[in-house]
Design a protein around this ligand. Structure first.
Ligand SMILES: [Zn+2]
Length: 195
């Protein structure tokens, strides 16, 4: 999986710690490429960023060092924390965000790899502390939509070396309870149930 570094100046130091959360977003921007989003984030005037961007072909654009506070979550809260950016890592997923645009397995594989690396580096990110933007936003953000294949993603997080046969669907009951809860939260677009 290919990774490119395109640094974004849009970050500050974290005001609170520890890092506890991974927030998933869709880009819904035009033009519809990871490079275009990375270039947008590299402009100071944009005033937005995320740590990582995952393109439709699985290419990862690394924009902000994980130790830093990227500007992806905006206003909102999670579990009583009012500064979501300080306690989280943000992953932007290139997708039209229309509720129909499909997510490729290459893309999911790269997201799963990032999640595993983030959790390995920061054990304070509990396995179930993966949410979508809407779950932590008070600004009316609607990402992710219900067509996001949360079950397939969680399968790949849990079983990095097992490929899902092309015609096999991943049903929630094939996953451990915490992963089922993550999937339910992402699909229902509400906050996490487990703490
Ligand atoms: Zn978002």
């Amino acid at each position: 999986m290919k990774t490119m570094n395109i640094a974004s100046p849009n970050h500050t130091q974290r005001y609170t710690r520890p890092i506890q959360l991974i927030v998933l977003h869709h880009t819904a921007t035009s033009p519809h490429t990871g490079l275009a989003v990375a270039r947008l984030f590299s402009a100071r005037a944009a005033q937005v960023s995320s740590h990582e961007i995952v393109d439709t072909n699985g290419t990862i654009y690394h924009c902000v060092d994980w130790s830093q506070r990227a500007w992806h979550a905006g206003s909102g809260s999670w579990q009583g924390h009012g500064d979501v950016n300080s306690i989280s890592l943000g992953i932007e997923i290139v997708n039209r965000g229309d509720g129909k645009d499909p997510y490729s397995d290459l893309q999911l594989k790269s997201i799963a790899s990032l999640i595993r690396r983030m959790q390995a580096k920061y054990p304070t990110i509990k396995p179930w502390n993966i949410v979508d933007h809407e779950s932590v936003s008070s600004a009316g953000k609607i990402d992710l939509r219900s067509n996001f294949p949360a079950e397939r993603l969680m399968w790949m997080v849990i079983h990095p070396n097992l490929t899902i046969p092309a015609k096999m669907k991943v049903y929630p009951w094939m996953l451990p309870k915490w992963a089922r809860i993550v999937c339910a939260d992402i699909k229902a677009q509400k906050g996490p149930i487990l703490r």
